[in-house]
Design a protein around this ligand. Sequence first.
Ligand SMILES: [Zn+2]
Length: 295
Amino acid sequence: MIGRFAPSPTGPLHFGSLLAALASYLEAKKSQGKWLVRMEDLDKPREMKGAAEAILRTLEAYGLYWDGEIVYQSKRNDLYQSALNELNVDKRTYACSCSRKEIQDSAINSQIGIEGIIYPGTCREKHITKTPHAIRVKTLDQNISFEDIIQGHVTQNLAKQIGDFVIKRADGLFAYQLSVVVDDYLQGITHIVRGADLLDSSTRQIYLQDLLGYQHIQYAHIPAAHNQQGEKLSKQTLAQAILAKDASKNLYQALCFLGQRPPADLGAEKTEQILNWAMDNWDINKVPKQKSTAI
Ligand SMILES: [Zn+2]
């Protein structure tokens, strides 16, 4: 079993990302598996200086030591490009030069999907060569299903609910959906445990895995944490950084949040004792099924 934690260095580690780190760590370590860390730092303009280093130091302070070398996505453009080339050769992609406004305007005749406007496929047959252009992958009008360990049966029709999606942006950056699929494959990831805010991305990732001939991965989506205003914890919602000095308290609270029911006196122990208890008692079936929980 190989699991992973894949933070974006857009800010320091907060409680929501600790949940994903801890759950993925315990799920891998419970089975004597490996736990890898990957820095999803493709979007350099959104990166916060020093955040990647701060995230790693916080993981260490919380006793969450990773196996092997950290993978930095920003150094792997050639790998994403060769995956993209494979899709191009198979004619699974097309260039799209639509501006944001053109897509907005075309929305009158198109439907709203789960992530906003469904791109109506305007450029599918146009064979655009002018630059800049984005690269989209053609979706199919058929259901993609998988069994999530926590959320159960998930089904999506990409053509009807998402539309042809961007895998390389007009500014030259590879999109999350492609880079994550390539890296999970190249790193040999077998189990993904992450926040349920990414549940809707899973079918796009399974679709890309199929197109590229990669094996499927087992998914488990834990509840995402949101604040009292109902906003997902993130840098944008000013989620507080978790501090090294609060490691025991936060690990204990994270175990409670993940439905593991640790004994009350465990919260006063050192991180090592808490993680030892967690490793002995971790049961992913106890994680609540809801997609989001207030903290
Ligand atoms: Zn277009």
